[in-house]
Design a protein around this ligand. Structure first.
Ligand SMILES: Cc1ncc(COP(=O)(O)O)c(C=O)c1O
Length: 322
């Protein structure tokens, strides 16, 4: 009998292999009992202020969304009318949302040195709105230095820095929001905070910029369980560092397993690895064994592999040595 997707080994979505702490799960579960009540605006304000503290920006600089995807939709809808520039290889949602919302997509060229990827310079986007994931999905490479970001801000672009993998990299450009009103930083609690299923994303920008985006137009952007889980997660925030440490310890083992099977593996400042399989046959073995990895636009042999846990690693090794 064919297995359902849910029973497959999921190394295709860059999720955390570890669940959040019990207290976080319980905080969400308690709220399901109050499902007849709308979320409390004061709890949303508390979450925004905890996130501002976590990001090291002033109060008022954070707006919460139902996942980073929803924040991207709002950005592209409000600011993407004259086109969107994004790295040629980047988070698939940029392309998907631009197409769905009728914005022309301009691709920024990239190049690699065999280990890391970067944007090809000089970087001269024609579009006013520029979205860059740094570290980049699917390459795992940081793409934006502070100098490169500032040069685009000084030229008047609206720069969206997608820091979905911030915790794995440890460096942020969120501090630039105090000096520039044309930078917007996107973050998510889906990765290092292990809350992908509860959908908590947020934007960091000057209050006037958030207003321009109508980023706080909805009184209930996320559900009661999501709100309370996110608040508890920030109160217990050191667990995110433990997840990062766990992933960093697993990463060389995933790399070694893939290299042993003949895959070329790139450097990574994220919880996934960009790889090039020795052949599409190797990928078929993974498919046949229900080990899901993510195809990329780099070519048929190029796949992105999430750094998961022990169980997933064993399944990957077994499938590759089959
Ligand atoms: C670069 C990047 N940005 C944003 C997201 C969206 O995160 P979410 O919608 O789960 O908050 C992801 C998820 O994989 C991502 O890789």
């Amino acid at each position: 009998m064919a297995m359902s997707e849910g029973e497959c080994v999921r190394l295709d979505l860059n999720e955390s292999p570890l669940p959040p702490p019990r207290e976080v799960i319980e905080a969400a579960a308690r709220e399901v009992e109050r499902a007849n009540r709308y979320p409390e605006p004061s709890r949303l304000r508390l979450l925004e202020s905890l996130l501002a503290d976590y990001a090291g920006v002033p109060e008022g600089y954070v707006a919460v969304f139902n996942g980073g995807d929803e924040a991207l939709r709002v950005i592209i809808e409000r600011l993407g009318g004259e086109g969107v520039a994004a790295p040629r290889y980047s988070f698939t949602m940029y392309k998907y949302l631009s197409r769905a919302l009728g914005s022309a997509l301009e691709e920024l060229e990239m190049e690699d040195d065999g280990e890391w990827w970067r944007l090809r310079e000089p970087l001269e986007p024609r579009s006013r709105l520029v979205i860059i994931d740094s570290p980049n999905n699917p390459t795992g490479s940081p793409l934006l230095s502070e100098d490169l970001a500032v040069s685009m801000l000084e030229k008047g672009h609206t720069l969206v820095v997608d820091e979905a993998y911030y915790e794995f990299y440890g460096k942020s450009l969120a501090g630039l929001t105090e000096a520039y009103d044309n930078i917007i930083v996107l973050r998510t609690m889906s990765k290092a905070f292990a809350l992908a299923g509860l959908r908590v994303g947020y934007l960091i920008a000057r209050p006037s910029t958030l207003e321009r985006l109508a980023a706080k137009a909805l009184p209930f952007p996320i559900s009661r369980p999501s709100l309370e889980a996110a608040i508890k997660a920030l109160e217990l925030r050191s667990y995110a560092s433990e997840i990062v440490r766990y992933v960093e310890a697993m990463k060389p083992r995933y790399r070694a397993a893939l290299e042993k099977a003949g895959f070329k593996v790139y450097g990574s400042k994220t919880n996934f690895l960009l790889t090039r399989a020795p052949s599409t046959d190797a990928l078929k073995k993974l498919d046949d064994r229900c080990v899901r990895v993510r195809r990329t636009e780099l070519g048929p042999e190029w796949v992105r592999v999430t750094v998961g846990g022990e169980k997933e690693l064993k399944a990957l090794i077994n499938a590759l040595s089959d």
